[in-house]
Design a protein around this ligand. Structure first.
Ligand code: AMP
Ligand code: MG
Length: 689
């Protein structure tokens, strides 16, 4: 049982809750593959129904199967459906309510309806709890002197600790009103989308609706989060992370009249799924034992094989999407061009013409860009202007410069090929083809392409939060007074700016001294505030290399000895489910390693295709005897078509980074370079800077 999208809705029986997000309103969240989008506040049922419908439309258009959850009972205790409607089907109850519930943003008739049902049964029940000031015929205010012709709870509620009875219409936690005000919406959604409803019918539709009660497995929300918002995110995330067999197992229930609460009886499994770390495995940076020096290309291939996108997705207007990465293939809604049109100002007619002089009568009609295509009588020509859709009967255009116009006739010299100076419909992009592929970063050209192909809204990845911290007892923050032995932190500001250039959001975690306890605390915090952690310094294997020591202690680190210069070992590890890139402390090595290793890894985690920085071969303007064993990256720039390199290869020379405009990459093998030797130059722009 596989669903691409899980959508969870926390319903409400009350009135409109106002424009700003509030608890006890309707909240909804969408999750895919174990990642939830931020919960959506829906101020009233009308807004909610419309929003849910739009989401389902979008999911269906994208070919995705949806599991849609609501948090109120879909059925009543046995016997109620038959007694109310004469039909045992729960859908008869849905229809009964749909035709009788009156609902607006300010008021509804739920209490009167409850009273009416009680009166029908000539009983002081089953419903109780009048939430209004005025008395309501047939509806007791409290459970006192109440009698109920039906069971007080469904089978499901008898098993689910703390669940409320659906007969209670008001008071804290009551669900009775939600059912009244929810069933009509369910009935409409089921009909409109031909959705399947669990567990009453087989889930054959691409949209399945299930009953979920978040409190079944969830406790209190984290501080500062609205409980409903948090719960729908958690439930959606958790359910979407279930394996298909697990899901099928949980959906395997026989409760044809009363319905069932999803996950009831499977609480342990659900809790286990909820507590799963992000999908990166803890040993994702492990290296095979005995490995000494890994070549750069192999290190990159290993990294790529271990990582998966962890960014959340969201849907946004194309006009706001520049800089984001497409999360799905974005499909052309329209061909470009949509109709055949003329590429030039000139005169249109049917068919090509051979050698010699040709003359055609000119119709009085004219076709300009934006005009609907007219029909051209046979044997005539028509004035056409660039971008105009070709009139019916026109497939060839002659340039106006090649034509003489006299007495209502055009004259021109052949030959001219059939189809000349025209553009065919869809010659650029055909409707329903991929306009922009998943994994592409949307830049100005993609914005143009998406607009031209009628794609108004796009599903994109959210930028990652990348925590950046510097380690070293010698470091102080710029702006402070540097004492003897102290240096200003240069790496963190540099790396934060690089993260921004890569299209993600840096999270500043400051400077941490060479102290394991403090470092662990900062890493803990970084892991909760960010998706990726970048550190610099302390990554090697010395006494004061606490980043690598801590990650090693956590049992989830490898020191990657990559055959690269500059660069000491890279400490790659997981801290509380968060990938950590431990960069060297030397600023030059930190920047080069960030460009070569962290940048593609972060791009990939963020949903982007693995970037391969493109360079080109140019003659060297320098000499060098390169030794065998390591790939080298030299700070370089192009002048007069030749690659110059910075005078010093010292890894602390930050001025060289600023001097350079790119890197020269030298292969692992030995190499003798003299002026004119071909070397590979990669501009900083190719690294995303
Ligand atoms: P480490 O990798 O911690 O052994 O540091 C290597 C060298 O880089 C030392 O000289 C450090 O002082 C220097 N260094 C480390 N972190 C920074 C930083 N954030 N800014 C500038 N220099 C640094
Ligand atoms: Mg250090």
């Amino acid at each position: 049982m596989k669903f691409d999208t899980v959508m969870m809705v926390d319903w409400s029986g009350g009135n409109d809750r106002g424009a700003s997000p509030k608890p006890d309103a309707i909240w909804a969240a969408i999750a895919r593959e174990g990642r939830a989008e931020e919960a959506r506040y829906l101020r009233n049922r009308q807004v909610a129904e419309e929003w849910i419908g739009a989401q389902l439309d979008a999911e269906r258009a994208g070919g995705r199967r949806v599991l849609l959850g609501f948090d109120f009972p879909f059925g009543y205790p046995a016997g109620f459906a038959q007694a109310l409607t004469g039909n045992v089907s729960p859908f008869a109850v849905w229809d009964w309510f749909e035709t009788r519930v009156e609902d607006s943003t300010k008021a509804n008739n739920r209490f009167d309806l409850a009273g009416r049902i009680n009166t029908m049964f000539k009983a002081r029940g089953p419903f109780w709890g009048n939430g209004l000031a005025r008395d309501i015929d047939g509806l007791p205010r409290t459970k006192k002197n109440y009698d109920n012709p039906f069971a007080d709870r469904r089978q499901a509620e008898q098993q689910a600790k703390g669940a409320f009875t659906c007969w209670q219409m008001s008071g804290a936690g009551a669900v009775g009103s939600q059912v009244f005000m929810g069933l009509p919406v369910l009935a409409r959604l089921r009909r409109r989308f031909e959705a399947s409803v669990w567990p009453f019918e087989p889930l054959t539709s691409d949209i399945a609706i299930i009953e979920i009660w978040p409190s079944l497995t969830l406790g209190a929300a984290p501080e500062g989060k609205i409980k409903d918002a948090w719960q729908v995110e958690e439930v959606a995330r958790t359910v979407s992370s279930l394996a298909p067999e697990q899901l099928a197992d949980m959906l395997d229930i026989n409760a044809p009249e009363e319905g069932w609460i999803f996950g009831l009886g499977h609480e342990a499994q659900l809790k286990q799924a909820a507590s799963q770390p992000p999908r990166l495995s803890n040993n994702c940076f492990a290296l095979p034992p005995g490995v000494h020096w890994t070549p750069v290309a192999e290190a990159l291939a290993t990294l790529k094989g271990r990582l998966v996108p962890v960014a959340e997705t969201t849907v946004m207007p194309v006009l706001e999407a520049a800089g984001r990465v497409a999360a799905t293939n974005l499909i052309a809604q329209r061909s470009n061009p949509p109709l055949p049109n003329t590429a030039v100002d000139g005169y249109g007619f049917a068919g090509g013409r051979g050698e010699g002089v040709h003359q055609l009568p000119l119709t009085k009609q004219r076709a300009a860009a934006g005009d609907a295509p007219v029909t051209l009588p046979e044997g005539q020509a028509i004035r056409v202007l660039t971008g105009a859709a070709l009139p019916v009967g026109v497939d060839t255009v002659v340039l106006q410069e090649d034509v003489t116009l006299q007495d209502g006739q055009i004259t021109f010299r052949g030959p001219i090929k059939q189809g000349a100076n025209t553009r065919k419909a869809g010659e650029d992009v055909v409707a329903q083809d991929v306009s922009v592929a998943a994994g592409t970063r949307i830049q100005a050209p993609e914005v143009a392409l998406l607009c031209a192909t009628g794609v108004a809204s796009v599903q994109v990845y959210k930028p990652l939060r990348v925590a950046v911290l510097s380690t070293g007892a010698e470091l102080i923050e710029i702006g402070g007074a540097a004492g003897d032995g102290q240096i200003f932190d240069a790496n963190r500001p540099m790396l934060m700016e690089m993260v921004r250039r890569f299209g993600h959001n840096p999270v500043d975690m400051g400077i941490v001294p060479d102290d394991r306890v403090q470092l662990a605390k900062v890493l803990d915090e970084a892991a909760t505030r960010a998706d990726v952690i970048l550190t610099s310094g302390g990554a090697s294997a010395g006494d004061e290399d606490h980043v690598s020591a801590l990650l090693k202690q956590a049992g989830a680190m490898s020191l990657w000895r990559i055959a690269v210069k500059p660069g000491r070992p890279l400490a790659l590890g997981m801290w509380q489910g968060c990938p950590v890139f431990g960069l060297p402390g030397n600023p030059v090595a930190a920047m080069v390693c960030a460009l070569i290793f962290a940048r593609p890894a972060i791009a990939y985690l963020g949903g982007e295709d693995w970037p391969e920085p493109q360079g080109f071969d140019v003659p060297a303007a320098f000499s060098k005897n390169k030794k065998q064993g390591r790939s080298e990256f030299l700070r370089a720039r192009i002048r007069d078509g030749h690659a110059e390199v910075f005078a010093s290869e010292g890894s602390g020379r930050i001025s060289g980074l600023s001097w350079a405009e790119g890197l020269v990459q030298l292969p692992q093998d030995a190499m003798t370079i003299t002026p004119g030797t071909s070397v590979r130059y990669i501009p900083f722009g190719s690294f995303g800077l």
